[in-house]
Design a protein around this ligand. Sequence first.
Ligand code: SAH
Length: 211
Amino acid sequence: MMPDSRKIRLILDLRKCGVTDARVLSAMERVPRETFTPKAFRDHAYENVALPIGYEQTLSQTVVVGQMTQALKLGPRMKVLEIGTGSGYQAAVLSMMCRRVYSVERHRPLLDGATERFRELDINNITTQCGDGTLGWPEQAPFERIIITAAAIDIPVSLVQQLAVGGLMVVPIEDGKQQQLVRVERTEEGAETTDLGSVRFVPLMEGLAAE
Ligand code: SAH
């Protein structure tokens, strides 16, 4: 298939699964997913599958990236925190739709690969840090949006505290054998949560990865 027909397929997959926000579709059409895909899997770059990126981690399925991005209801002036940079693909999609993305990854080699790709694609509004994302990025808080791309056992309280009032966080929560995608809205009093359906993510870990 030629790249263009692969992108048409991507958009059809996204629409079929409820991703209809024109800004999300346009961002995902513009970010070349093959740049974030290991060479051995480039032929599958636009398919709705999770792809291995090393260190037992995966680049999330296209539809899941679309659904999470849509659930964030991003605006062009927003400051967004991502936990789990991985390949950098999700951060690149976010970067097309907001003012600045702050992204934290605990595996140094994955982070180095992602920042190299941002440079290659001339994406200049992503700031990264190697660290434990469960701690967030207090120096840059508050954030209007937070996205966690690994499954947490519970809604991370330290991250809710780094959300601006009225801000949204999207996070997969491990609940026994299942995972639910949850949207948390920070309110004056605390937080309100909405279930967005079941998903499958690698676990959110604590601490830095061993080198
Ligand atoms: N958003 C990524 C997919 C990430 S897979 C992409 O678009 O490719 C989940 C990522 O979360 C992995 O890279 C994993 O190393 C990272 N991760 C898991 N726990 C973490 C933590 N506590 N802090 C930072 N990164 C974490």
